[in-house]
Design a protein around this ligand. Structure first.
Ligand code: PLP
Length: 424
């Protein structure tokens, strides 16, 4: 565990060069590692010895970002994956199989919603979706005998809803199951879910952690406190035949979950990131604390500007007092939420599209959470197959614009919006 504060960990955790070694994290662009004794390689395969032997299971550059992100979240270990989707997939498959069930918020990221709602059922894992602000009493009724995990997003993309993390953690723990939290939008700078009872944290590092829109990636972080020996997780607490009968909870203690995810699932499924992407992520992480602060500062000013504009119907940003999730934001991410806001333009679909076309600084992109201001109209892009009625039902009205506020000068961002609004 690092003795430094979070801002220092962004810059330095995970890599301490020895005398005469490179100051910057080296890119170890190698799939393989040389050994002088065959017996030693055998021990690596049997998990009797720690070391790199094939990049699908581990790489020194990836290990730096794993250790850094584990330090930022306050976990015992992390596994870096090829995308955020890969992280969520492994996080669940590590403890669920055919015949199991999970509970998830329905406002989670669309990709995760499809994974849980369409692909996992084909593997025999079913999901019950619940409203973010479900009451504890109602949540209680959603648990089944075969429920193995609860999955939420600390700040949902794109609806910007904030679940009561402590309430979800208490419900999950009462049923002997872990709470998995996707902390992508809030980042560990603004919210550390382990402090509120979460057991596993996942991220799409493609967003703020990378921060420059250069490398897809994901990460799973293990809080190390959940008791996997409660009879519900034989995959962790009984022998694994593919490693000569190793029992993860016995051999790896608090790191049982994250070790199994790596040596079993990463070995078998191979959703491995490239060392070069690990390097790019390490550079992004060095400024995460600075960027997130500026994203939030800028977004708040943009939200306040839009809120007062007579061509704007509504603004959704949970750091604003009038927002439904303002109190949750104060509890779980008091220093700020994220740089993404959504708003509705008076005049509906056509006005929203006109506004986008008039923007000059803000670019139309299918991405959020990088340093450049980006804008997207879900009704005509990511959700274009839906009718206006279906859009409203999904909480994404035809007038909704998702605006990812970057770290440019906020006066330029507001001036761009202002000139575009004048033209519609
Ligand atoms: C983007 C995103 C994902 C998926 O991550 P990829 O890196 O695109 O696979 C998962 N969760 C959230 C909250 C996201 O924003």
């Amino acid at each position: 565990m690092s003795q430094y504060k979070i801002n220092t960990n962004c810059v330095q955790a995970g890599y301490t060069p020895g005398n005469g070694e490179p100051r910057v994290t080296p890119i170890v662009q190698s799939t393989t590692y040389r050994y002088t004794s065959g017996e030693e390689v055998g021990k690596l395969f049997d998990l009797e010895k720690d070391g790199f032997f094939y990049t699908r299971l581990g790489n020194p550059t990836s290990a730096v970002v794993e250790e850094r992100i584990a330090a930022l979240e306050g976990g015992v270990g992390a596994l870096y994956t090829s995308s955020g989707q890969a992280a969520s997939t492994l996080a669940v498959l590590n403890i669920c199989g055919a015949g199991d069930h999970i509970i998830a918020c329905n406002a989670i990221y669309g990709g995760t919603f499809n994974l849980f709602g369409v692909t996992f059922p084909k593997l025999g894992i079913d999901t019950t979706f619940v409203q973010t602000d479900i009451s504890p009493e109602e949540l209680e009724t959603k648990f089944q005998e075969n429920t193995k995990a609860v999955f939420i997003e600390s700040l949902t993309n794109p609806a910007l809803e904030i679940p009561d993390i402590e309430m979800y953690a208490a419900a999950a723990h009462a049923h002997g199951v872990p709470l998995i939290v996707d902390n992508t939008f809030a980042t560990p700078i603004n919210c550390r879910p382990f402090e509120f009872g979460a057991d596993i944290v996942v991220h799409s590092t493609s967003k703020y952690m990378d921060g420059h829109a250069v490398a897809l990636g994901g990460v799973i972080v293990d809080g190390g406190k959940f008791d996997w020996n409660n009879g519900k997780y034989p995959g962790l607490s009984t022998p694994d035949d593919s490693y000569h009968g190793i029992v993860y909870t016995e051999t790896f203690g608090p790191a049982a979950y994250i070790t199994k995810a790596r040596v079993q699932l990463m070995r078998d499924l191979g959703v491995t990131p490239s060392p070069n992407n690990a390097f790019l992520l390490s550079i992004g992480l060095e400024t995460l604390h600075l960027r997130v602060e500026r994203h939030c500062e800028n977004a708040k000013k943009v939200a306040e500007y839009l809120n007062g504009h007579d061509k704007i119907a509504w603004v959704n940003y949970p750091s604003m007092k009038e927002n439904k999730y303002y109190n949750m934001a104060q509890k779980y991410m008091p220093n700020g939420t994220c740089g993404v806001i959504s708003f509705g333009v008076k005049g509906g679909r056509q006005a929203a599209m006109d506004l986008m076309d008039h923007l000059k600084l803000a670019a139309i992109v299918v991405h959020v959470a990088d340093s450049r201001t980006g804008v997207l109209h879900p009704a005509s892009t990511t959700h274009r197959q839906l009718s206006d009625e279906q859009l409203v039902a999904a909480g994404i009205g035809p007038e909704l614009i998702r605006f990812s506020v970057g770290i440019e000068d906020v006066e330029d961002i507001i001036a761009d919006l202002s000139q575009a609004l004048e033209q519609i």
